[in-house]
Write a protein that binds this ligand. Structure first.
Ligand code: HDD
Length: 694
C-alpha cells in the first residue's frame, strides 16, 4: 500500500519552478533567464537566412553559456550516486540515551534524503563494480541537519585521515593512462594496500560478496566510527550506528555483476528509482550498539580504531528507528548531485569521538563543498537547507540567496535587540572529552593489531562466501602485473589465514612464492566467528522486491503466465515478460515488457521459460535465448520451465533437478516449488557442481 508522500523542501522546489513561468505572463511562454519571452527557440539570429550568426544574439549566447557551465566538479570520491527522499521514525523514546529531538517521539517522522554511491568510479561509471557502497543520510531535524555519512562496510581501509589522499589516488584510475575506471584490480591499488597492513580487514570485506551487492535496497549501512550519544543529564554513551535493510542483505555473483555492467550500467540506480515509483518503498532499521567506557575498556581493541568492528555477538544491536524511502528526486542535479554531506553536521545529543579518521573527515567535507558547489553558501541550496530557522551574522559570498535585512551584521550588538544571540540552554555543547596528551604524530599501540579481525571475518563466512573471497583476490591480483606486489599480498593473506593464502596462491599458480610478512602483533587465534557477518547465513527466504522474468513467444500459454504473475504478486515480487519481439504476441494477447537482446537473464532474480512448441523450436537456434538459460543456471538462479522448453534446456546443458532449483512448472505443485527455490535467491548446492571451490 502506498504511504502518504512526505517530502522536504516542497515549497522551494515546486513553487520555485512555477513562479518563474506564471509571473512572467500567466501562460507557459518560454523565457530567457531574465524573463524575456522567446519567440523562436529553433533558430539563431543571422544576417540573412544563410548568413553568419550575429554576436548580438543575446538569447543564443545566454543559452549556450548556461549550457557550457552545466557541470560542476564531480565528487573526488563517491562521484557515482543515486538518491531518494524519505522519512525516519524512531521506534521508541530514546531520552535515556540522547537528547536529540528527532529521537524522542515515535509518532514524529523526520524527513531524510539518502544518497548511495560507489567510491572509485566517475559520475558516469557503471553501478556494479566491486567497490564499497556509500550510504549517506541527511536527517532534516528541527534542531538542524544531522548527516550520518557511512558505508555498507563497517570498517575503513585506513586508521588516520592523513592517508586518505594516498588511498584514493591509489584506487582511482592511474594518472598517466586514465584507467581502470571504477575498479581496484590494478597495480596502484594493490601496491598501496599491500604496504599498509591496516587495510587487511577492510580488504576482506571488499573482496567478499559485500563488494557486489544485488541492489541498493539490499545493502546494510554502518556509521563506521564510534560516536557518542549524550542525554539531557549530559551523560554520554558510545554508539556504533547500523542500518539493516528490510529485504535482507543480498549480493550478486562476480560473473553476474560483470555482465550486468554491460546489460544495464544503471542497474542499481534504476532499481532504486523503479521500486519507489512502484510504491514498493525501500526500508531500513536503524540500530545502535550502545556501550559505556567500562565496556569499551574491556574490549580487546581500541574503539577509536575505525578498522575494527564490535561483533554483534559481543554487543547486540538495539533497533532505534525505521527509515522509508518513498519519493524520487524531482531533479537529479538539484538534489542528488548538489546535496552536501558532512560528518560534522550533527545536532545536540550526538557527538564525535577522537577517532583520527573521523577527526580528519570533519575538516574534509566542508572544504570539498567549497570547490564542488562553488562557495560558502551551499547551505542555501534547497536540498541542503535546514528545515528549522537558520540565523547568524555570516554574510555575502558567492551565490548568496537570502535577503539579510538591517544594518546589524555583528554580535554583540545593542542596535538590534531582536537579532540572533547565543543560547547556552539549547545550543550545541561539545561533550567534555577528557582525552589529551603530548603533541605528537604517532599511532597508539592499541591500533597495532591488523590481522585478528580479518581472520575472524574469514572464519565467519560460509563455504560459498569463502570461495568468493578466494576468487576475488585471485581475480584482482591476477590483474596486477608487478610480480612483487602479488607475492607481497599473498604474504598478507597467509598471515590472515594460511588456508586463504594457500588457496589464492594455488589459484594463481604461485604456490610457495608468498613473501614472508611479520605482523607487528601476532594475530589472535581465539576470536569466535561472528555469524552476523555472513550474508548467506542470515539471508531471509523471500522474493519480496525481486523480479522474475518469463521467456515467452507467440502461442505461449497465457493462463500459465497469469497464474505465475498472481503467485509472484502474492509474494511481493513482479513478473517481466521477455520475448523475441517486443510487439503484442500472437495467440495469447500477451504484451512483452522487454525484447530478448536487451533483457539478458542477469537482470532478473529468477527465470522461467514458457515458450510454445513452435516458439521453442525457433529459440533453440538463437544463441541469446540459450545464453539466457545458461547464464541463469551459472548464476545459481531458480529456473522454471514448461515441457516445450525441454530442447532449449538441453542445448544450454541444463539438467532438470528440482532439488537444485531447476523446476518443471507443468505438474500440480510445480509453481510452488519454483517459488520456494526462488526464495533462496541463489541455489548454493548448484555452485559446488558448476564452479568447484578453488
Ligand atoms: Fe568520505 C564523500 C563515506 C572517510 C573525504 N564519504 C563521502 C561519501 C560517503 C563517504 C558515503 C559520499 C557522500 C555523498 O553521497 O555525497 N568517507 C566515508 C566513510 C569514511 C570516509 C564511511 C570512513 C569511515 N572521507 C573519509 C576520509 C576523508 C573523506 C578519511 C578525508 C579525510 N568523503 C570525503 C570527501 C567527500 C567524501 C572528499 C567527497 C565528496 C564529498 O565528500 O562531499 O570530502
Amino acid at each position: 500500500m502506498k504511504k502518504p508522500k512526505q517530502r522536504s523542501h516542497d515549497n522551494d522546489k515546486r513553487k520555485g519552478g512555477e513562479t518563474h513561468q506564471t509571473t512572467t505572463s500567466g501562460d507557459r511562454t518560454l523565457t530567457t533567464n531574465q524573463g524575456v519571452a522567446i519567440s523562436d527557440n529553433q533558430n539563431s539570429l543571422k544576417s540573412g537566412d544563410r548568413g553568419p550568426t550575429l554576436l548580438e544574439d543575446f538569447i543564443l549566447r545566454e543559452k549556450i553559456t548556461h549550457f557550457d557551465h552545466e557541470r560542476i566538479p564531480e565528487r573526488i570520491v563517491h562521484a557515482r550516486g543515486s538518491g531518494a527522499h524519505g522519512y525516519f521514525q524512531p521506534l521508541k523514546n530514546l531520552s535515556r540515551l540522547t537528547k536529540a529531538g528527532f529521537l524522542q517521539d515515535p509518532k514524529k517522522p523526520t524527513k531524510v534524503f539518502v544518497r548511495f554511491s560507489t567510491v572509485a568510479g566517475g559520475a558516469g561509471s557503471v553501478d556494479t563494480p566491486r567497490d564499497v557502497r556509500g550510504f549517506a543520510v541527511k536527517f532534516y531535524t528541527e534542531e538542524g541537519n544531522f548527516d550520518l555519512v557511512g558505508n555498507n562496510i563497517p570498517v575503513f581501509f585506513i586508521q588516520d585521515a592523513m592517508k586518505f589522499p594516498d588511498l584514493v589516488h591509489a584506487v582511482k584510475m592511474e594518472p598517466d593512462r586514465g584507467f581502470p575506471q571504477a575498479g581496484s584490480a590494478h597495480d596502484n591499488f594493490w601496491d598501496f594496500v599491500s604496504l599498509m597492513p591496516e587495510t587487511m580487514h577492510m580488504l576482506m570485506w571488499a573482496m567478499s560478496d559485500r563488494g557486489i551487492p544485488r541492489s541498493l535496497r539490499h545493502i546494510e549501512g554502518f556509521g563506521v566510527h564510534t560516536f557518542r550519544l549524550v542525554n539531557a543529564k549530559d551523560e554520554s554513551t558510545f554508539v556504533k550506528f547500523h542500518w539493516r535493510p528490510a529485504l535482507g542483505a543480498a549480493s550478486t555473483l562476480w560473473d553476474e555483476a560483470v555482465k550486468i555492467a554491460g546489460a544495464d550500467p544503471d542497474y542499481q540506480r534504476r532499481d532504486l528509482w523503479q521500486s519507489i515509483e512502484d510504491g514498493d518503498y525501500p526500508e531500513w532499521t536503524l540500530s545502535v550498539q550502545a556501550f559505556d567506557q567500562a565496556t569499551a575498556d574491556k574490549l580487546d581493541f581500541d574503539i577509536l580504531d575505525p578498522t575494527k568492528i564490535i561483533p554483534e555477538e559481543v554487543i547486540p544491536l538495539t533497533p532505534i528507528g525505521r527509515m522509508v524511502l518513498n519519493e524520487n528526486p524531482v531533479n537529479f542535479f538539484a538534489e542528488t548531485e548538489q546535496i552536501a554531506f558532512h560528518p560534522g553536521h550533527i545536532v545536540p545529543g550526538i557527538d564525535f569521538t577522537p577517532d583520527p579518521l573521523l577527526q580528519g573527515r570533519l575538516f574534509s567535507y566542508l572544504d570539498t563543498q567549497l570547490s564542488r558547489l562553488g562557495g560558502p553558501n551551499f547551505h542555501e541550496i534547497p536540498i541542503n537547507r535546514p528545515v528549522c530557522p537558520m540565523r547568524n551574522f555570516q554574510r555575502d559570498g558567492h551565490m548568496r540567496m537570502n535577503l539579510q535585512p538591517g544594518r546589524v551584521n555583528f554580535e554583540p550588538n545593542s542596535l538590534d535587540p531582536n537579532s540572533p544571540r547565543e543560547n547556552p540552554m539549547r545550543g550545541f555543547a561539545s561533550f567534555p572529552d577528557p582525552s589529551a596528551g603530548p603533541k605528537l604524530r604517532q599511532r597508539p599501540e592499541s591500533f597495532a593489531d591488523h590481522y585478528s579481525q580479518a581472520r575472524q571475518f574469514w572464519r565467519s563466512m560460509t563455504p560459498p562466501e569463502q570461495s568468493h573471497i578466494v576468487n576475488a583476490f585471485t581475480f584482482e591480483l591476477s590483474k596486477v602485473v608487478t610480480p612483487a606486489i602479488r607475492t607481497r599480498m599473498l604474504g598478507h593473506l597467509d598471515v590472515i589465514e594460511p588456508e586463504l593464502g594457500k588457496r589464492v596462491a594455488a589459484a594463481m599458480g604461485l604456490e610457495g612464492q608468498a613473501d614472508e610478512i611479520t605482523p607487528a602483533v601476532k594475530p589472535r587465534d581465539d576470536l569466535e566467528p561472528s555469524p552476523a557477518l555472513s550474508i548467506i547465513a542470515k539471508a531471509p527466504e523471500t522474493i519480496k522486491g525481486r523480479t522474475v522474468a518469463a521467456l515467452v513467444t507467440d502461442g505461449s500459454d497465457g493462463a500459465a503466465v497469469s497464474k505465475l504473475r498472481q503467485a509472484l504478486k502474492k509474494e511481493g515480487a513482479q513478473l517481466k515478460l521477455v520475448a523475441p519481439k517486443v510487439g503484442k504476441l500472437k495467440g495469447n494477447g500477451l504484451t512483452p515488457d522487454m525484447q530478448l537482446d536487451g533483457a539478458p537473464s542477469v537482470l532478473f532474480d529468477a527465470v522461467v521459460a514458457l515458450p510454445s512448441e513452435e516458439g521453442a523450436e525457433a529459440l533453440v537456434d538463437i544463441a541469446g535465448a540459450i545464453d539466457w538459460l545458461r547464464d541463469a543456471n551459472g548464476h545459481l538462479k531458480a529456473i522454471g520451465f514448461n515441457e516445450a522448453a525441454g530442447p532449449m534446456l538441453e542445448k544450454a546443458g541444463i539438467t532438470p533437478d528440482a532439488k537444485l532449483g531447476i523446476v518443471s512448472l507443468d505438474g500440480g505443485r510445480g509453481l510452488d516449488s519454483f517459488i520456494a527455490a526462488a526464495k533462496k535467491h541463489k541455489i548454493w548446492d548448484r555452485e559446488k557442481l558448476m564452479h568447484p571451490p578453488r
